[in-house]
Design a binder for this molecule. Structure first.
Ligand SMILES: Nc1nc2c(c(=O)[nH]1)N[C@H]1C(S)=C(S)[C@@H](COP(=O)(O)OP(=O)(O)OC[C@H]3O[C@@H](n4cnc5c(=O)[nH]c(N)nc54)[C@H](O)[C@@H]3O)O[C@H]1N2
Ligand SMILES: Nc1nc2c(c(=O)[nH]1)N[C@H]1C(S)=C(S)[C@@H](COP(=O)(O)OP(=O)(O)OC[C@H]3O[C@@H](n4cnc5c(=O)[nH]c(N)nc54)[C@H](O)[C@@H]3O)O[C@H]1N2
Ligand code: SF4
Ligand SMILES: [Mo]
Length: 695
């Protein structure tokens, strides 16, 4: 087409990574297409990425800063917005100290380096992210166990793949793209799927284990039991590289398949068969997903899974679970200025003594923040900034979160749209989409690449988040660079490249080698793989993985189960939405116009519910409605609901956030949290259902 420029960049409508060619006329992006030269996506794109033009140019998108007045939101300048935030923050620092401020982001959005730097230089350890129950929890448990994060080596050609509560073709999570799994599978790998719900993969799988939601740690221990009892483990690896083998063996002996069957609902023979297939088919890679983390067994599951990789000799082995080597750019943690936080400030981290693993990952579990806001204990939280997160829709016990935000002295939110969370702020900052940013992207991931995301256009007065942190930081008296690009030069410095040069190259890949532990051991206190964790032991915690019954389950709460007899499995992702995002994007909303709750046909019949009926879903904490879809591929006592629902088309201030938001039903009580990470249980609760009177 005439006058059309093509600009190469990188998508980030999910966790990001797919290579994009943007077609631009003048200052407007017309469309995007996949970049066949991308080492991450190899030309593929998903519906969310393709819809970026509808998102970036959406009429509801806010393209200038605003402040809340008695007569509603009013447009202001960036100067006024930043000055207002800085002066509110300075007031809190003067009166209460910097720890009474919090900063918050949601899922990984490629500005964690700048976000953390801003928080550290602000002097607050109170950092809210989704990391307590997603990803950082996995990284934290991996770091204390084996020093790095072992990812499934699809490129290395696994002969057996274990998809453990993950749906890579729909979710493309973290360092993975669905295409990686698919190509490895098509090369003839065996497939074991562990999922409570029948799906595309369970149809293809050699073995499908239909696990009871939330019991994956028990299942992993059952696998370990079989592998140890049947002598299927790698003797050489165990003898040389495992710390605490005898104690570990004693522990896994407590999980014979018959017992594990009772806990997990998976047939004991099937457990044996799957454990054998995994242990005897070399190499084998485990790819595990977030449902395994969103409950009280979060840390224990990850550690048990690493135990499986380790004792079968699959750690850092080609086609197993490997430690990828990053290119030599400055890491998120090097950029973050951790040293700016004094020992005293670190000590003030809310919940830091209890949730030691979260503290080690420099975050807090949200519940302690809500308590500090509402009860003022152990000290008050007074003000904060949220960037790219919508907790009143995505956080556990959403009502509690809503009430906490209402009680703050001051809140600033940076987003693309006025979400139900943004509506609670006093200042709104318009963030740029990934089309509007320059960044050395993906340096928070463990896949061994960094990618050049270059600015394609500027839209309205929106700023990329990195610039927001940089400019707000400067107003707070912090040391930053003059421009976003100068900060990128600093990140790239060890590579010898400037941002301008890197932009032309497009990406860098680290030089991969396998079996690195044979030279240098593992980065743990004993230099061995600590399946018996000396760090957890020093914290006074159980050094070995175990299974803990979910505190709100038919087993632990038979009393509650009388009124709420179903297990609510809340948060199934679908391809077109990203958590609470995209409900206003026509191409995507057309595909899923309303929220879906899946019921077994028998269960639906019992309640007089038919396909597409509106259904009340109720827990001890509230009730919301979604539309029924009958699914024979789930257990009759499991109900599978979607999360992230609000209604941007409802223009009143609340945007219908209470109608279908499943997180009004989820729980954040202390008893339900993982004891060291503070993972909230977003995924496995008790509920009841009924047909809505009004349809
Ligand atoms: N019940 C239940 N709840 C869940 C889950 C579940 O499985 N079940 N999953 C949980 C998990 S794993 C996670 S990670 C969290 C995610 O929780 P969040 O991160 O809070 O969720 P999102 O809806 O992705 O993001 C919120 C906002 O970010 C904005 N946004 C998008 N891109 C940008 C950007 O570049 N800059 C800025 N400033 N804003 C941007 C979007 O417009 C959106 O309003 O949800 C959790 N919630
Ligand atoms: N389209 C889209 N993509 C996304 C997101 C999104 O919202 N939309 N969110 C992003 C984020 S932040 C994350 S964390 C990732 C998560 O991505 P995934 O880890 O793939 O998570 P889910 O899709 O929630 O669940 C994966 C599978 O686990 C199964 N499952 C549910 N409960 C359990 C359980 O207790 N045990 C086991 N073994 N399986 C269970 C589900 O049935 C589902 O098939 O996706 C990312 N990608
Ligand atoms: S999977 Fe989709 S949303 Fe995610 S980076 Fe690729 S195209 Fe973008
Ligand atoms: Mo997540």
């Amino acid at each position: 087409m005439k006058d059309v420029r093509k600009v190469r960049t990188v998508c980030r409508s999910c966790h990001g990574g797919c290579g994009v060619i943007a077609h631009v006329r003048g200052s407007k992006v017309l469309k995007i297409e996949g970049d066949p030269d991308s080492p991450i996506s190899r030309g593929t794109l998903c519906s969310k990425g393709l819809a970026i033009t509808q998102l970036a140019y959406h009429p509801d998108r806010i393209l200038h800063p605003m402040k809340k007045t008695t007569s509603g939101w009013k447009r202001i300048t960036w100067d006024e917005a930043l000055e207002t935030i800085a002066s509110e923050f300075k007031k809190v620092i003067k009166e209460y100290g910097p720890q009474s401020l919090f900063i918050g982001q949601g899922t990984g959005r490629d500005y964690e380096s700048h976000f953390s730097r801003f928080g550290n230089m602000l002097g607050t350890p109170n950092v809210l992210t989704a990391g307590h129950m997603c990803y950082l929890s996995r990284i934290g448990a991996s770091l204390i166990t084996c020093g790095r994060f072992p990812i499934c080596d699809y490129a290395g050609g696994p002969k057996c793949i274990v998809l453990w509560g993950v749906n890579p073709l729909w979710t493309n999570p973290d360092e993975y793209k669905g295409v990686d799994f698919w190509q490895a599978y098509q090369r003839g790998a065996r497939l074991i799927v562990i999922d409570p719900r029948k799906n595309f993969y369970t149809e293809k799988a050699d073995l499908w284990l239909q696990v009871r939601p939330g019991t994956d740690a028990a299942l992993a221990l059952g696998f370990l039991n079989v592998i140890v009892e049947e002598d299927l483990y790698d003797k050489e690896f165990v003898a040389n590289y495992i710390h605490g083998w005898e104690a570990f063996v004693e522990r896994v002996r407590q999980y014979p398949p018959e017992l594990v069957e009772k806990i997990t609902w998976v047939d004991s023979d099937l457990i044996r068969e799957a454990a054998r297939m995994y242990a005897l088919t070399r190499p084998a890679g485990i790819h595990w997903g977030v449902p395994t983390e969103q409950n009280i067994n979060c840390t224990d599951f990850t550690r048990a899974a690493i135990g499986l990789m380790a004792i079968t000799g699959n750690i850092d082995a080609p086609g197993g679970n490997v430690f990828r080597v990053p290119p030599p750019v400055r890491t998120v943690s090097e950029f973050s200025a951790h040293e700016a936080l004094t020992a005293q400030q670190r000590k003030a981290r809310l919940g830091g003594e209890q949730y030691r693993l979260a503290a080690r990952m420099t975050i807090i579990t949200p519940k302690v923040a809500w308590d500090a806001i509402i009860q003022g204990s152990p000290y008050p939280l007074k003000a904060g900034i949220l960037v790219g997160t919508n907790p009143v829709v995505t956080g556990a016990n959403a009502k509690g979160i809503y009430e906490a935000f209402k009680k703050l002295d001051f809140l600033a939110v940076a987003d693309l749209f006025l979400t139900p969370t943004a509506e609670l702020a006093q200042i709104f900052l318009p963030a740029g989409t990934w089309l509007e940013q320059n960044h050395v992207s993906e340096n928070w991931k463990f896949h061994g690449y960094v990618l050049a995301r270059q600015k394609v256009v500027e839209i309205g007065e929106a700023w990329q988040d990195h610039k927001i942190f940089l400019e707000l930081g400067k107003r707070m008296g912090q040391k930053w660079w003059d421009t976003v690009e100068e900060a990128l030069d600093y990140i790239l410095e060890p590579t010898g490249l400037t941002w301008e040069q890197f932009k032309e190259i497009g990406y860098l890949q680290g030089e991969m080698s396998y079996y690195k532990y044979r030279k240098s051991g593992f980065s743990t206190p004993t230099r061995k793989l600590e399946i018996y964790s000396t760090i957890l032991e020093a914290w006074g915690r159980d050094p070995l993985p175990k299974y803990t019954e979910i505190p709100e389950s038919p087993v632990s709460r038979p009393d509650l189960a009388e009124k709420y007899p179903y297990i609510l499995n809340a948060g199934l992702r679908i391809p077109v939405f990203f958590h609470s995002a995209n409900r206003q994007i026509p191409w995507l909303r057309q595909i899923r116009p309303y929220p879906i709750v899946e019921l077994h046909p028998e269960t639906a019949r019992k309640h007089g519910i038919q396909e597409m009926d509106w259904v009340w879903i109720e827990s001890p904490r509230g009730r919301v409605r979604q539309r029924a879809k009958l699914n024979e591929g789930i257990h009759p006592s499991v109900v599978v609901a979607e999360h992230g629902w609000w209604y941007p088309e409802i223009k009143e201030e609340d945007h219908g956030w209470e109608i279908s938001n499943i997180n009004l039903l989820t729980d954040d009580s202390y008893e339900s949290l993982d004891p060291v990470m503070g993972a909230t249980n977003l995924r496995v609760l008790l509920c009841n259902i009924s047909r809505c009177e009004e349809q």
